[in-house]
Design a protein around this ligand. Structure first.
Ligand code: MN
Length: 230
């Protein structure tokens, strides 16, 4: 018996279906495209992949409106390929990674960049920069058998119709097979886990009223409107 009614299960829409994908955890990969690592002042050649997380209920369906969050004057978009884990496991071999995916999609890793810069400078955690409410708008999950590839394909983002990010999944420093295998050595992955795989160069700020569009060719598109300040 719970002391109060438990919150609803966090979930995301499934493309072409009324079913929902139950979200367990959201893992995100840092600096996974060389040009983005460079624009953030880092050397892409010397780093092992690293991860951070968002709470499951930061995920929300698109199209949506995300209120401009508190504590920031520099809210950034990051378009990302999204993986949806359907079969858990630890120490997953690179060759077996795709068998663990239920689906794939596209999402935006919304970031309070000023808080992230302060956290980096102070050696503090990134949670306040990355893990705020509604920080992970994600398009409907596409079942993996309908996904042409999670290894090649154009990934792009536009703000108010102007292209800001334009790259290819083949530009990933650590491929899907590589970084999911590495992640599964750190902790046991479970069905329902979401992995946001990193963003290409071209990140930047949005303000209330801006409309973000983006997509990964062959997988999906999204639209996110930035709402009024909370
Ligand atoms: Mn990101």
């Amino acid at each position: 018996m719970y002391v109060f009614t438990p919150p609803a299960q966090a979930s995301l829409a499934v493309a072409g279906s009324a079913d929902r994908f139950p979200v367990r955890r959201i893992f995100c990969v840092g600096r996974n495209y060389a040009a983005h690592a460079r624009e953030m002042g880092n050397d892409p050649d010397r780093e092992a992949p690293f991860f951070f997380t968002k709470p499951a209920d930061a995920a929300l369906d698109t199209p949506c409106t995300v209120p401009y969050p508190p504590l920031t004057e520099n809210l950034h978009y990051e378009i990302e390929l999204v993986l949806a884990v359907g079969k858990g496991g630890s120490d997953i071999a690179e060759k077996d990674v795709l068998e663990h995916l239920w689906g794939a999609s596209v999402g935006v890793d919304l970031t309070r960049r000023d808080l992230q810069a302060e956290a980096k400078k102070m050696g503090r955690p990134w949670d306040w920069a990355k893990a705020f409410d509604k920080s992970a708008p994600i398009a409907p999950i596409v079942p993996i058998e309908q996904v042409p590839s999670v290894e090649t394909g154009r990934i792009w983002l536009a703000v108010n119709g102007e292209t800001r990010q334009d790259a290819d999944l083949s530009d990933l420093i650590w491929s899907v097979r590589e970084h999911v295998s590495i992640l599964s050595r750190a902790m046991e992955l479970a069905a329902g886990d979401i992995i946001m795989t990193g963003t290409p160069a071209g990140v930047g700020a949005v303000t209330p009223g801006d409309v973000i569009t983006g997509g990964v060719d062959g997988i999906g598109t999204l639209e996110v409107t930035i709402g009024a300040r909370l």
